[in-house]
Design a protein around this ligand. Sequence first.
Ligand SMILES: [Fe+2]
Length: 254
Amino acid sequence: MPYIRPMYNSEGSCISYFVCCPGSGVAAVIDPSEDVGQYLSAAKGEGCVITHVIDTHVHSDHVSGARKLVEKLRGEPLLVMTKGTDVSFDYTQVDEGDSIEVGDASLVGMRTPGHTQESMSFLYRDKKRATEPWGVFTGDSLFVGDIGRLDLVGHGTLRQAYESLVRLRSLPDYVELYPAHYAGSDCASNRNLSFKTSSTIGFEARHNRMLMWHSFEEFEEVMAREPVSPPATWREIKLRNQGRLSSVGAIRSQ
Ligand SMILES: [Fe+2]
């Protein structure tokens, strides 16, 4: 049976996911942190090959471990990013409705622009259990108690964010929510990001105040009164993750 193993990185309050199908001997990693040894150990422990390394978007708060993990595995896994993502290196494109097969699990792309233009959520399906989705990996589009901030370079429009959140909120109540951050992250829109690391769409639709609006105009009002300071080094972190800067700190004086 496939399973989802969340992996936590307290620096940046990040959550990455090891999605594994031991029966098929394959695994995928979603939003890996720089400490890639944990994914290599997990794969070794299960006797699995990592076939896909996925970044839901270009991160601005922490250095992604995606390229490092692919390099460690001698380029064997596919480095997967949303079609049209603005980076300087090659990657395998995923778009709305595309399915990534991980043995008996599948990850189906669902575009959710807002936090960034390229933000992609992935519906998780366990084909042994059901044809309908069981969970959704939302990256920084939707968190437990919060949503991703919309004020960094490359973000989508307010209208796009609204439409993305309407789509996510419209998923069945029982769908489990697997976000890329928990409390303490700079990627949140307000101070309500929870220390709880997972939730369901139904609970968030009812109790996440960043989702408790009834119109675009109400959403605009919520976003207007929730500004928070951006992370200090987000520009250089983003450039690093785009492959345009070798190390964070190089342009800190700008
Ligand atoms: Fe982000």
